[in-house]
Design a protein around this ligand. Structure first.
Ligand code: PHE
Length: 342
């Protein structure tokens, strides 16, 4: 019996000497020292001995157990110290520089517009980029086969609906969300709708097939042209500064009546004429008008009770003016030399 304990002790110490890792140490603990380990097993055998032997062997067993446990603890401690030391952090070393991301210029301008309009009580909405012919055109007072559809070169999607009609397209404007917003929220309504739009353009420095617009919608009782004018004035002053003036010129959009182009004092030359405003002193910034009664009707709103105004900004154009960007194709180019300037 005594021999067996001594043998176990030697074996344990020999293996302990070769332990290098905590995992290894745990295995050893399981094998020798745990409740089902070899030491317990051996001690279990003590109960079959006669009283004298039991006393002597028991004493030895306890000593061995104590010794093994102590050696084990000591090694465990020094291994842990080693690990802690390896993980030690030198706080005086210079930190690794994290590459900092930044926002696309379109996002910067969009955020600015969202701030201006949410401060005026507008909610910010979005809508689908893959749109139906109905929302993009018909509901906006542009019936099928109407020549006004030719104003926007459209990407139609090669997919027929149940009735055999092609009625899906990539939205050419954010205006279809006007209808969606009216249907969802009814009147009165104040909403701003930024989003990506698509047109089948021959691209050049001023034309791009994928671009961004921001649509605005204000519906209530007795909204009139004077409201539209003062409203666009406020927006211009918030965007370009308090001395900005507004000039409205008639322009046809099928979903507003009357429709106009809002032009603001050129923020670069303050109206005296420069390269950016082509010497006119004015910048064409926003398409706008009073919402056509047919459009309100399509949105489920009674034009006898409510009227409204709608307007649309081209975000790319705003960003190009603001940051002096001379080619619209840069926005989609993924060119880091361009993007990292913002
Ligand atoms: N959707 C028009 C366009 O893309 C802009 C617009 C919006 C005009 C709202 C008037 C009112 O040209």
């Amino acid at each position: 019996m005594k021999n067996k304990f001594n043998q176990l002790r030697d074996e344990f110490l020999e293996q302990l000497a070769r332990v290098k890792t905590n995992e290894h140490l745990k295995e050893l603990e399981l094998k020798f020292l745990s409740r089902r380990g070899r030491l317990s097993e051996l001690m279990g055998g003590l109960k079959d001995l006669n009283v004298d032997l039991k006393k002597e062997a028991g004493e030895l067993a306890n000593n061995v157990k104590k010794e093994l446990q102590e050696k084990f603890n000591a090694l465990s401690k020094s291994l842990n110290n080693l690990v802690a030391k390896n993980n030690e952090i030198d706080v005086t070393l210079p930190g690794a520089n994290l590459a900092q991301g930044h926002l696309n210029p379109i996002t910067l301008v969009q955020n600015e517009l969202e701030d201006i309009f949410s401060s005026l009580g507008f909610m910010i909405l979005d809508g689908p980029e893959l749109e139906s012919d109905y929302y993009n055109f018909t509901a906006l007072n542009i019936p099928p086969n109407h020549p006004a559809r030719d104003m926007q070169d459209t990407f139609y999607v090669d997919y027929k609906n149940k009735d055999g009609h092609y009625d899906l397209l990539m939205r050419t404007q954010t205006s279809p969300v006007q209808i969606r917003a009216m249907q969802k929220y009814g009147a009165p309504l104040k909403a701003l709708i930024p989003g990506r739009c698509f047109r089948n353009e021959a691209t050049d420095a001023r034309h791009e097939h994928t671009f961004y617009q921001v649509e605005g919608l204000l519906i209530g009782e007795n909204i009139n042209f004077a409201n539209l004018k003062s409203f666009l004035e406020i927006v211009g002053q918030r965007l370009f500064g308090p001395n900005t003036k507004l000039r409205m010129r008639p322009k046809f959009f099928p979903f507003v009546e009357p429709g106009n182009n809002g032009e603001y004092t050129c923020f670069l030359c303050q109206g005296s004429g420069c390269r950016v405003c082509k010497q006119t002193g004015w910048l064409e910034i926003v398409g706008a008008g009073l919402i056509h009664p047919e459009v309100l009707r399509a949105g489920g709103i009674d034009p006898e009770i409510y009227s409204g105004l709608a307007f649309g900004f081209g975000l790319n154009r705003l960003a190009m003016l603001k940051y002096n960007i001379n080619d619209i194709r840069l926005f989609n180019s993924g060119d880091l030399k361009f993007l990292e300037q913002f």
